[in-house]
Design a protein around this ligand. Sequence first.
Ligand code: GLU
Length: 471
Amino acid sequence: MRLANAMGFGYPQAMTVTVRFAPSPTGHIHIGNARTALFNWLFARQRGGRFILRFDDTDTARSRQEYADQIQTDLHWLGIRPDVTAHQSVRFDTYAAAVERLKAAGLLYPCWETAEELERRRKIRLSRRLPPVYGREALKLAETDRKAFGDDGRKPHWRFLLPNFSDDPFSPQRTEVHWDDVVRGPQTVDLASMSDPVLVREDGTYLYTLPSVVDDIDLSVSHVIRGDDHVTNTGAQIALFRALGAQPPAFGHHNLLTTASGEGLSKRSGALSIKSLAEDGIEPMAVASLAVLIGTSESVSAARSMDELAERFDPAATSKSAAKFDPAELVTLNKVLIHAMPFEEARERLAEHGISGSLAEPFWLAVRGNLEKLADAEVWWKIVQEGPQERPEPAPEDAEFLAIAFDNLPPEPWDRMTWKIWTDRLKELSGRKGRVLFMPLRLALTGREQGPELADLLPLLGREGTLARRP
Ligand code: GLU
């Protein structure tokens, strides 16, 4: 761990680092979401902190239990173990109480504008070279106007009055909010450059801001780490923390991942969901390594374990521009992990593919260097156990050579030297060498032109198994 980083953020040492990953369970999470989850997880791990999984499920119409379940499965698969799991959908009373406090303080005010009305005003402001922000017209309404809206049965939406003025809310002035972003370094947002955010919609449902801030306070979140699409929100959220009487947490905003053609990843880009990558046989550490290291000054290479990744993770090394993500890199990393995967790590999963018993370990060590995915071991197990799955007819010019070869198998016991002994003898007997010597043997033994070293495979086949493969 880089202690210099762990201690350099300027927060009190006694404070327990508490982070949260806050997905809305409205779809499957993808590698970009995994990046956010892992940034939080590794950040907490480096500092002995806590990780909260918080489901932002206030949108009860779009949130689904099956998505929440899948997100938990995905995080577990990645190696993330939340200390606490929270749901916003059981906390509506708490948000209602916060709404009442803000109203009582005059910081939440009702507005009745329609979307068309707002758009019309926005255009007028732009034509007058004014910033296209909400002009707080609703604050000017007389009590009688408000009552009239109510009598008409119209429901207001509610805006948070940003503290960007001294006495007169209609004369906002530059109001800088600063924070030292744990990813991006010093940040400044001007509260006069944004509209008072809507916290509660006409139908009484919450936009994400208020529940998120209320929960971050109640859950004692010390660091909010999320995508840089939230940088501007952070200015308003810091103001909301203060309005609710709380000290804002530290913030970190990482760059987002895009597809190779530069498009943002969406919950609908199914092929890149964590679920489908897992089903496709990609190793969790391949996904985690790429999700964390891409778009940083660290080189992208496979970390074997979360501890190793935590060693290499440095939020401040993240670049500020979006990072292009190429799924082909996952396969490259996957191979590296599989090629060096110790048998102990593979054992249980191999057993699920029917690969077990005393041969499982030497088999794994023989074949792993040729596999892209662990599941590819199954076909080699069949080849070793049952013989070639497809049997190409030997070329006529090889028939005599093969007859000599199978007549001259070395005596048992067989080990890694047997292949050399056998082929040295065949060189003498046939005068063949190189490809014309090896390839007919490889084809007869495995049915394939490529594969694991025959020196490793031969002892697994045994003399009897080899003879049984005589064309
Ligand atoms: N549910 C929010 C989102 O997915 C969480 C953002 C945050 O971390 O504050 O965008």
